[in-house]
Design a protein around this ligand. Structure first.
Ligand code: SAM
Length: 234
């Protein structure tokens, strides 16, 4: 296991696995996922959305290029068919699904536009979701502290609809959802923020703890309020 997502798969599941849940609920409702719906989740990570779709009665399938994530998703959602594959090359025939979703994943595709075209090839309805623009996210304060200066907003975060249109889809819905990240203590906060990082861990831990002070709760944990945007298309 040498790919970066496989290396952090266990940590991802523990620290971030449930993070996108409010966006997942909003997308499931907006796309009508329910009993009998055939759903594919692309970049399924540790499989939380697959388990949720199953609870809604859907027939869930997942794809992720990282074998470590695929293994975890199969454990989290044993009823789902999870295959190894990236968003640009999905190992299913045309029109296999009613709904194809991607949460916090499409930005990792080398060519996100081509990836959306591929999502549409295998399904009739496509929903993509990801972090909203940086100004809406408490997490930005910590990222900026680690960088040493504010970063400009990235393009993909506020243009999911444009991306969909560029991929030839008609946008049929969009929305914004609050997603809160909780860390129960200092250690969890630092591990969660620095997950996958390779910089100077001690110095970075101090920076993270200082930057996160405004978000400390009475119980000694942290609560960071962020936002996800989603777009739906056909
Ligand atoms: C930030 S995690 C999100 C996981 C999950 N969707 C969630 O919301 O919890 C990103 C996931 O995208 C996967 N990924 C990376 N490159 C990808 C690609 N080109 N196509 C599809 N998924 C990719 C990673 O392996 C990882 O599981």
């Amino acid at each position: 296991m040498t790919d970066p997502w496989s290396e952090i798969a266990e940590g991802w599941a523990e620290l971030w696995g449930g993070f996108a849940e409010p966006a997942q609920r909003a997308v499931a409702q907006a796309t009508g996922i329910g009993p009998g719906t055939a759903v594919l989740d692309v970049g399924c990570g540790s499989g939380e959305f697959l388990a949720y779709a199953h609870r809604l009665g859907a027939r869930a399938a997942g794809a992720d290029p990282a074998p470590g994530m695929v293994a975890l998703a199969r454990k989290t959602a044993p009823h789902a068919e999870v295959r190894t594959g990236d968003a640009e090359h999905l190992p299913w025939p045309d029109d296999s699904f009613d709904v194809v979703t991607a949460f916090n994943a499409i930005q990792f595709a080398e060519d996100p536009e081509a990836a959306i075209t591929e999502l549409r090839r295998v399904g009739r309805q496509v929903a993509i979701a990801g972090w909203a623009e940086r100004a809406r996210n408490d997490f930005t304060v910590i990222e900026d502290a680690l960088e040493g200066e504010p970063r400009p907003d990235g393009g993909h975060r506020d243009s999911l609809e444009d991306l969909m249109r560029a991929a030839g889809l008609e946008v049929t819905g969009h929305g914004i959802v609050e997603v809160v990240w909780h860390a129960r203590d200092d250690d969890t906060l630092v591990r969660g923020v620095l997950l996958g990082g390779d910089a100077d861990a001690d110095a970075d831990a101090t920076t993270v703890l200082e930057a996160a002070r405004p978000y400390k709760t009475d119980s000694g944990g942290y609560r960071l309020v962020n936002a996800f945007r989603y777009a739906i298309g056909r």
